[in-house]
Structures are given as C-alpha cells and as structure tokens.
Write a protein that binds this ligand. Structure first.
Ligand code: MG
Ligand code: MG
Length: 251
C-alpha cells in the first residue's frame, strides 16, 4: 500500500532531506584526489549527529556504514574504504538520515579531479534522466511514466539502466511502496497522487545493465566491468506537481 502524507509530514520529510542535501554538498566539496571514502563516512556521521539526525543506513539490514560509496564500476551499496580516490575516478555517494521520525535519502555521483569526456557524459546523462523522471511525477499520471522517461533518456544517450535495483516510496520508513523501476512502458502501475513521497534513483551503466553482488553481500558491480553512475532525489507530489525535497543549494 502506498502511504499518502499530509502537508505536515511532507514538511518533516523535507527537513530530513535538507540535512541529507547539506551533508552531501559538504562531502562533495571534500572530494579531491588523495581523499578516502572512510573519511567521508566519518564526516557524514559527525555532521548528522550535530544536526540531531541519525544516519539511516548504518545497521539497516546489517549495512555497516553510514554512506554507500560506490567507485567506478560499483553500481550501489559500496563500502567506504581507506583507499585514496584517484584523478579520473567517479564516486557515487548515497546518504540517508532519520530526523523527527522521517527519512531523507539522496545520492550523487562526483568526478574526482578531471574525468574523461565519455565518463562525464555518463554522469550527466544519469543526472538528466533523474530530472526527466521527476518531471513525470504529476497527479493523474502513472508510476511507470517516471520509469519510462528515465529509460528513454538514458538509452538515447547510449547507456543502459540497471534492472535489479529500483527507487522507492519513503516517509516514516526508509523504503516503502511503491517500488520505482528505472525502465518500462509508460501508463502502468499506481496512479500518482498528491501526498506521495518518492525516492527516484536511476542507476546507469556505461555498457550492459547486468550487475553482480560481491562476496561481502552488499557491493553491487557491473558484470562487464564498465562504469556506473547513480543520482537520487526524494520528491513529494503536490497538486501543482513535484517538489524536490532533497534539492541542494545551487542545484
Ligand atoms: Mg539512497
Ligand atoms: Mg533510495
């Protein structure tokens, strides 16, 4: 069942997502060759607690860290590590918090120093696809209108959308119904309504969409070793259309 939220609840989900947005911006500003993602993990925790928010991922189904740090061919759910980032890498950071009973969830893929033109096109197409999907989150539409818009944009750019992982509803639970695939025909699935709060999150591979999970039980990598990018926003559907609750300053 899709849980519709009151405007008071959406305010709380917004507050939580603003903590996420602010912390992701701070982490992004720290990214430079030589920095390691365990440092970013620890920084995210400190900043969350300073804002009276609880990092949402640590301990979630046993996930051991507060951020997912997914490097290059890692799609999602990568573990932060002491390995320094290198010039030309891309690093996806996924972060969530719980504040006053409601969750925030957002992700960005960041270039480390200077990246190749083909890599830049991958991250750009993924972020654009997220916004294409968000534009379809309007009352009266159907859930798969979002999915279809994402897939269409990604494939027109020559990349592929991951099938195995999806976006989700969000609120007083980190993951709620509906599941939001990043592919599919339009006009299917639940009718979109004001009060829905959704985390939309395209995961896009440079080549084939197949993925595999490493022995740690979490880290998802591309099967062919190609690069992967991930962007995510939490949004609310209102009478007048979507509002991005995790929008960062200047974004
Ligand atoms: Mg996320
Ligand atoms: Mg999510």
């Amino acid at each position: 069942m899709v849980i519709l939220k009151s405007s008071e609840e959406i305010e709380k989900i917004y507050a939580s997502n603003q903590v996420v947005a602010e912390i992701l911006s701070k982490l992004e500003s720290e990214i430079t060759p030589g920095i390691d993602t365990l440092y970013l993990n620890d920084l995210s925790e400190r900043l969350a607690y300073e804002r009276n928010a609880i990092p949402a991922f640590k301990g979630y189904r046993g996930f051991p860290y507060s951020i997912c740090a997914s490097l290059n061919n890692t799609v999602v759910h990568g573990f932060p590590s002491k390995t320094p980032l290198n010039e030309g890498d891309i690093i996806s950071l996924d972060f969530g918090v719980l504040l006053n009973g409601y969750y925030g969830d957002s992700a960005i893929t960041v270039a480390v120093g200077k990246i190749s033109e083909s890599t830049r096109r991958l991250t750009q197409a993924t972020e654009e696809a997220l916004y294409e999907g968000i534009e379809k989150a309007i009352p009266g539409g159907r859930l798969s209108d979002i999915s279809h818009a994402i897939q269409t944009h990604v494939e027109a750019a020559g990349f592929s959308v991951v099938r195995k992982f999806v976006g989700h509803g969000i609120g007083s639970n980190l993951h709620e119904e509906p599941q939001i695939p990043n592919f599919g025909k339009p006009g299917m699935g639940v009718r979109l309504k004001p009060g829905m709060t959704l985390a939309i999150e395209p995961m896009v591979n440079e080549k084939n969409y197949d993925v595999e999970i490493l022995e740690d039980g979490w880290t998802v990598v591309t099967k062919d070793g190609s690069l992967s990018a991930h962007f995510e926003h939490t949004i609310a559907i209102t009478e007048s259309g979507p509002i991005i609750l995790s929008k960062r300053d200047g974004s």
